[in-house]
Write a protein that binds this ligand. Sequence first.
Ligand code: ADP
Length: 276
Amino acid sequence: ERILIGFLHDISDRVAAEKELLETRDRALAGERAKAEFLAVMSHEIRTPLNGILGNLSLLNDTALSPIQTRYLRNMEISGRVLMRHVDTVLDITRFEAGKLDVNIARTDLSSLLQELVDSQLSAANRHGTTLNWRWEGPARAWVRTDRAALEQVLLNLVGNAIKFTDDGTITIEAEALSETINGLPVMELRVSDTGIGISEDRLPKVFDDFVTNDPTLGRVPGGTGLGLGIARRIVTALGGEIGVESTPAQGSTFWVRLPMEEGRQPPATKPSGPA
Ligand code: ADP
């Protein structure tokens, strides 16, 4: 005699739940796309008239103005440029979300990139009573293949932050060719170190997240969107590298970027050297 036992599960609930989950995800994705599209369109629409305002303000510079008018004009230009930077930040983010960052790898002279970066930021650093310098560590490899504009944007952000959070201190940019490789390519480590306010242990893991901005208890002027390091991380990831930070409160921070870089074919004619 055989006994047959059968089990019957009613899975209609589970099927319905899964279907609902999929629908929710699709709706969320469509929502994200619509949001990104809206932000991209709005940013473009804001950029055009803003360019018109900034262009006309700079024309006013060439006309005879009283000292007070000159001051108002200068304030308008500063605010206009801040607004433009915010708009560009939003555009950058939407571009990344849409996966539209075009990586443009070309032969790049790293020493001239760093020199130009330091030159462009010297006066801002000096306004904080801070010195800014750069140096090579280990075997200098000045010619590399990377995306110059993208790398510049990352370093500009790191140096800008270092200046913002360092008064009467020192900021050092270092480049070191590491012995390790990523995908068979040699790795260049770039470090931006400052002797500024540092970052507390609990905030340290969050600084690369979007919209993480100043610690309000520090009482410093905020003035940031909290997106700079988020964009830096997206760029570095797109270039196949890594970004990180080490910091001690009240002593300073070191942000590092490790990027795989092919060596440029031609060696530099002269050995690169930083300012004394
Ligand atoms: P933002 O500068 O617009 O606030 P970021 O994403 O560039 O945004 O930086 C996030 C936060 O990380 C900053 O607000 C600050 O609290 C902290 N931070 C970044 N760089 C430094 C630095 N060099 N020294 C101290 N704190 C820093």
